[in-house]
Design a protein around this ligand. Sequence first.
Ligand code: HPA
Length: 236
Amino acid sequence: MATPHIAAEKGDFARTVLMPGDPLRARFIAENFLGEARLVNNVRGIQGYTGKYCGKEISVMASGMGMPSISIYAYELYNFFDVENIIRVGTAGGMNKNVHIRDIVLAQGACTDSGFASQFGVGGTFCPIADFGLLKGAFDIAQQMKLKAHVGNIYSTDVFYNDDKNTTEKWSRLGVLAVEMEAAALYMTASRFGKKALAICTVSDHLITGESTSAEERQTTFTDMMKLALELGIRN
Ligand code: HPA
């Protein structure tokens, strides 16, 4: 049963899908953390795998970059493959002085400059929020793992190279912790179809302090975040 962007059978995906942006990250997770991993999708190189973690079935599939891309995969996974939970595992740029590189940000809410919500025609501003159970679960696991995790608002933007250099400062003034490019559309898609979503981000660079991580640090931080997300995934 193929959809326009996923060539898999019903039942090929577990109820929880972890979503990194990068297809190579999806393969890395499958090869290094999952037992009995099998490739279930590779349309456009968007690698998706299903395997086992601690004996429980879980899937991982890339989202690609940006809200149009993640919303296509989330729509099809939720509506055609019986997926209940999508946990984004990505990177974000820090926008707050209390948030440092390598910290984890659990996105309680996702502000956006995207027009994605206009399709719902609500005549107001919809606030995209995480599923509370996933959010609380992730926070509890992060504490047990002694990882530094912040909970708060993030900013999902359509524009990586913004011509307006003041946007960071303006969102930061409102207490927004970090910027990435996917969570808001993921949260809206989950809400629309009565499903669950959470974005977990590691801070890879900092837009205010200019700090950035080395490739090795990024890998260690990424591994911590993956263990957190996998543990969360198999509990849900
Ligand atoms: N902007 C948008 N997305 C990002 C960034 C950024 O600076 N860093 C990591 N993801």
